[in-house]
Design a protein around this ligand. Structure first.
Ligand code: ADA
Length: 569
């Protein structure tokens, strides 16, 4: 299942999750000759690093399955994620290709046979073809790493439904945009109806020309619905149905949470009331599953995150599996989602094209999640460099143009050298006092000094904006316990995080905190810089890669619950 809820009652949909044929391929990043034989099976979704002998394989592979098409229908394949480049062949014909492991994509095909071979070439190599996936402080796995869905769609089908809640006094309104795509040769008329919260709405007949995508927009007013918020994550199904005459021929179901999230002065407001975000950065990585984390393990992660007293998760550093976002919708957890970037080379030949695509796809596929309260970009990139500022401006304008309903931010490690805070709605900084140099005694004086700078003209437009400490923490090797409390001991990680939380959680000028990081993660061992990390892992997790808690777990839980209680102990 690609989502945690059923998106279609009329459209015929089937999951393609299960065992596929698999073989590696050493013919280079671009698919060349098709495989003559497949020597093993692989689960979809999964990472090929889970196959014995391929634990460190960086290269290409082919995955194959058989599907059945329907004579009067076109097949639409929806991939939750392929890491990191997937090229799709239907009956030997290339029907699409997609770069970036972390955004969904779809391909359309009209095979001439009912028995159809679906072949996917996957590449997870680094180089001039890849600006976003590179040797980094996380691992780029290989495989079809998120669920795949086969849909049988009519000639004219519902390609997308976007819903944006708006406050209207004590009631709510809902802006709805419906995209109808006509794959046929002729202009057709279709009836459109919607239903939400027990009411039904007729949008009348819509004309869609051959080969066209027609966008129908409307506003549903005066909705008698309950708000979405932590503690009361009320969700409503929005069902859109397409009619050919009186016959329903297609449908799309989305889920809506009625909430607003905005900036007012230093504060973040959820449904008009100040909220203080407290939580974690979470990579999609797990000792048993790599980045292809199954629903049960996602649910366990979120149970731990809630047990730790959090109301917030940052999807560091890329768009997450939609099922994880669905769970955050259902559990009432606020999310900072960001397009795929961690300290990437902004001069890489493919940088602009690939980061724009990652951002556009994130906005297009993830718009309806009420849990996503802000959009982020370009983690720790060159926001200090005048010649790179136009990338920040372009991406932040893209977000504002596409989705004006959510504030925008980026996590900076450039502190008082940053030149882009004036472009964002929320200022976010990554600070590691007590870990990368300086001792824990400098945590408070440093942040006080930064805030003075931020609220002065020297910050070039950051003054008065909400401030989130988007990363802070320390490493600890699981099980390394010692009374000398030096670097890498679990005791030292406790000392650093306790000192940071004591300052950051209660500072009146700080609106949010995200600890780095939830769990220990695998990093790229092929790289001379990253493989100096112990265990070739990033060890700053509050839990290890198996989700075993470290000593610091109880420190975080106590500090967060003290904040919730309202005292500073
Ligand atoms: C940076 C980066 C994180 C992680 C962290 C660390 O802040 O944004 O991805 O690499 O450093 O652990 O050093």
């Amino acid at each position: 299942m690609i989502r945690t809820f059923r998106q279609h009652r009329i459209r015929a949909v089937e999951s393609l999750d299960g065992l596929w044929d698999f073989t590696t391929d050493d013919s280079g990043p671009q698919p060349r000759r098709k495989p003559r034989r497949f020597d093993r099976k692989i689960l979809v979704p999964s990472v090929w690093q889970r196959l014995p002998g391929l634990e460190a394989y960086r290269g290409q592979a082919w995955l194959r399955t058989q599907v059945t098409a329907r004579p009067d229908r076109t097949i639409r394949l929806v991939f939750g994620g392929v890491s990191h480049t997937g090229t799709i062949f239907v009956n030997g014909k290339q029907v699409g290709t997609h770069y970036d492991a972390f955004t969904p994509f779809d391909v359309i095909a009209k095979p001439s046979t009912s028995d159809v071979e679906l072949l996917v070439h996957v590449d997870n190599t680094f180089g001039d073809h890849s600006a976003l996936h590179k040797p980094n402080d996380y691992y780029t796995y290989g495989g079809i790493t998120r669920p795949v869905e086969l849909q049988h769609v009519p000639e004219v089908f519902i390609e997308r439904v976007a819903a944006t809640p708006k406050r209207a006094g004590r009631r709510w309104a809902l802006e709805v945009s419906i995209e109808l795509r006509n794959l046929g040769q002729g202009t057709v008329k279709r009836g459109v109806e919607m239903a939400i919260a027990g009411d039904e709405y007729e949008l009348g007949l819509v004309t869609v020309a051959a080969g066209e995508t027609r966008i129908v927009t409307t506003v549903l007013d005066n909705l008698d619905v309950e708000a979405w918020q932590p503690g009361q994550p009320r969700l409503y199904e929005l069902a859109v149905t397409l009619f050919d005459g009186d016959t329903p021929v297609d449908d799309q179901i989305e889920r809506v949470g009625f909430r607003t999230f905005e900036v007012r002065g230093h504060s973040l407001l959820l449904n008009g009331r100040p909220i203080r975000l407290r939580g974690y950065n979470r990579h999609e990585d797990h000792s048993q599953f790599g980045c292809a984390i199954p629903l049960e393990a996602m649910t366990h992660d979120l149970a731990l995150i809630q047990d730790l007293g959090c109301n917030f998760v940052r999807t560091s550093h890329y768009p997450n599996d939609q099922r994880f976002l669905d769970l955050c919708d259902e559990l009432g957890i606020c999310v900072w989602e960001e397009s795929h970037a961690r300290q990437i080379d902004m001069n890489h030949p493919r940088f602009a094209q690939q980061i724009d695509a990652s951002t556009e796809e994130m906005l297009r596929w993830h718009h309806n999640h009420p849990s996503i309260v802000m959009w982020g970009i370009l983690n720790e990139c060159d926001s200090h460099a005048p010649e790179q500022k136009h990338h920040y401006a372009r991406l932040l304008k893209m977000i504002r143009r596409t989705d004006p309903s959510r504030p925008r931010t980026f996590a900076s490690h450039r502190s008082m050298n940053d030149r882009c805070f004036g472009l964002a709605d929320i200022v976010a900084i990554n600070v590691y006092r007590g870990w990368y140099g300086a001792d824990v005694g400098t945590i408070r004086p440093w942040i006080e000094n930064f805030i003075r700078w931020l609220d002065s003209p020297r910050s070039r437009g950051g003054a008065g904006k909400p401030l989130i400490i988007s990363e802070f923490g320390a490493g600890a090797i699981p099980g390394y316990r010692a009374p000398h409390r030096s670097h890498w001991t679990e005791e030292y990680q406790c000392d650093v995080l306790d000192a940071e939380l004591k300052v950051y959680l209660h500072h009146p000028r700080i609106s949010g905190t995200a600890i780095w990081q939830f769990c220990d993660v695998r990093i790229t061992p092929e790289d001379g810089w990253w493989n100096r990390r112990p265990r070739t892992m990033n060890n700053k997790g509050t839990v290890d890669q198996h989700r075993q808690p470290k000593l610091v777990y109880e420190i975080v839980k106590r500090r967060h619950s003290a904040l919730v209680r309202g005292d500073g102990r």
